[in-house]
Design a protein around this ligand. Structure first.
Ligand code: ADP
Length: 493
């Protein structure tokens, strides 16, 4: 049955600076489009560099009081925010479809994930316990203290807008930092302003979270200010490797620590002893969830020859059966890509691979803003599809002779975010997992999986630093050495 979620009205959003809902200093605004219908779903302030500076200064002013807030108060904010988010589940799911073309299933998952993230983060204010260190100085009590860093800049993408923006701010805030969040121009509300609203209602003081929206093509001005302003002490970025590289270069010049969660070309290895119907289900979900617009999506399936034919038959059939279309219809699996440029890029890359000799086993066409789930094999090594992350429902399959070759093929990429190894032999799977150069490996599962408490992040061109769990404490606090000298100590002169 087709069920439509309720449509909220078109929105006129404002940015959030110092607890005030504000316009850009020069008054400019920009339109936000529904990726499926193309309709304008709202408009938001097109902030510039001077506005970003105001936001950073507001965060800097709010920081000392927030850092001194008792952990229980910070905890309370996140527990209330989790409940508020769940109360608004339906509206948020509808809004995810409108701003980002997110299907009902993936949007619902994101709401559940973030409610869980907020509840876990509610314990984080109590987590930085520090240490007492043995000192060779008589009478000295030496401590390692974890303290919030000050202002954290968070730059988030649109693809899993809710999760990726929430995780960019949750632990930093819970640890006592103030934050300036820059959402993607595609998802100013579900990837940013929503948190200003919700956390404000949950009791977050004014200025602790600031959300700066901007027009398409104007991210760099705000990004430059975030990297260069001396009050910003940490930056976290989730997005493309190209943008992350530029940001890391600028951060290096400014001696700022960054957490970078970038692209992936994630392999799914299917070994000959994999359970077959399960392998087909895993490959289908891993390749096509959120129409392949997930940094962890399975992009390259590497299958051992003895099961290749039967696996490919099943996989191509499943791909052809997935419902493509309007993300508001609850049984849609493949919604639209984020914009026409994304559709054109994916189509060009499919066409280039096919012209170079690739065989199309499923899909290959676009229906308006949606690209059919596409499975290709024999893709030439030089094709863009084989070389670069392609953000869409397109997956390549390589047939190999044995597990060693599978490992070599899986590793032949500059990326290293997530990977899956399907096998019934967990010992064999673990041995391969240990050798794969990937920040995340799932044995007998596919690469798309996240939980708030896990150390999430990549190696090589997929970035550095980790979101999640105790890793976030290292990333978003300063470890300081403080001593108390009891009485006097001798000096050499
Ligand atoms: P995607 O292709 O997923 O949109 P991007 O890396 O372009 O990947 O975008 C991820 C985030 O980075 C978005 O919030 C985007 O606005 C932002 N961004 C893009 N260019 C810059 C830049 N020069 N400086 C800072 N942020 C940027």
């Amino acid at each position: 049955m087709t069920v439509h979620t309720p449509e909220p009205a078109t929105h006129a959003w404002q940015s959030l600076i110092g607890g005030e809902w504000v316009e850009a200093a020069d008054g400019r605004r920009f339109d936000v489009h529904d990726p499926y219908s193309g309709a304008v779903v709202g408009d938001a302030p097109a902030l510039g560099r001077a506005d970003a500076r105001r936001a950073i200064e507001a965060a800097g002013a709010a920081f000392p009081a927030w850092a001194a807030t008792p952990p229980a108060e910070r905890q309370g904010v996140f527990l209330r925010a989790a409940a508020l988010l769940e109360e608004r589940r339906e509206r948020v799911v509808a809004q995810l479809a409108r701003e980002a073309g997110t299907t009902f299933g993936f949007a619902s998952f994101q709401v559940g994930f973030v409610a869980g993230l907020f509840r876990q983060v509610a314990a984080v204010p109590y987590a930085p316990i520090g240490e007492v260190l043995p000192s060779d100085m008589p009478g000295a009590l030496a401590m390692g203290l974890r303290r919030p860093v000050g202002v954290v800049a968070a730059i988030a993408p649109w693809n899993a807008a809710l999760i990726l923006s929430a995780r960019s701010i949750a632990a930093p805030l819970a640890l006592g930092n103030a934050v300036v969040l820059k959402p993607s121009e595609h998802s100013p509300y579900v990837g940013g302003l929503l948190w200003g609203e919700l956390l404000g209602e949950a009791g977050l003081p004014a200025g602790v979270l600031n959300v700066v929206t901007h027009a398409p093509g104007e991210a760099a001005a705000i990004g430059d200010e975030l990297v260069e302003h001396p009050l910003v002490r940490r930056i976290n970025f989730t997005g493309s490797t190209a943008t992350g590289r530029r940001l890391a270069e600028a951060a290096g010049r400014n001696l700022k620590r960054v957490v970078l969660e970038l692209g992936g070309s994630n392999p799914l290895i299917v070994l000959r002893d994999a359970e077959l119907p399960y392998a087909v289900d895993a490959a289908t979900f891993g390749s096509f969830a959120n129409q392949g617009q997930i940094c962890m999506s399975a992009r390259r399936i590497v299958v051992e020859r003895p099961i290749a034919e039967v696996f490919l038959d099943g996989f191509a059939r499943r791909a052809r059966e997935l419902k493509v279309g309007d993300p508001r219809e609850r049984d849609t699996i493949i919604g639209p890509l984020i914009d026409a440029h994304a559709v054109a890029t994916v189509r060009e890359r499919i066409a280039e691979a096919v012209a170079g000799g690739a065989r199309l086993l499923a899909g290959g066409e676009a229906d308006g803003p949606c690209v059919q789930p596409t499975v290709l094999t024999d893709v030439p090594a030089g094709a863009a599809l084989a070389q670069h992350e392609t953000f869409g429902p397109v997956v390549t399959v390589t047939v190999v002779e044995d597990a060693e070759e599978a490992l070599a093929v899986a590793d032949a990429t500059p990326y290293g975010l997530s990977a899956g190894i399907l096998t019934r032999d967990l010992d064999k799977g673990f041995a391969l997992a240990e050798r794969l150069r990937s920040g995340i490996v799932h044995v007998n599962d596919q690469p798309v999986h996240d939980e708030p408490q896990m150390p999430f992040g990549g190696v090589k061109d997929s970035g550095w630093g980790r979101f999640g769990g105790s890793a976030a404490i290292d990333e978003f606090t300063e470890l300081r050495w403080v001593t108390l000298q009891s009485g006097t100590r001798p000096f050499p002169f």
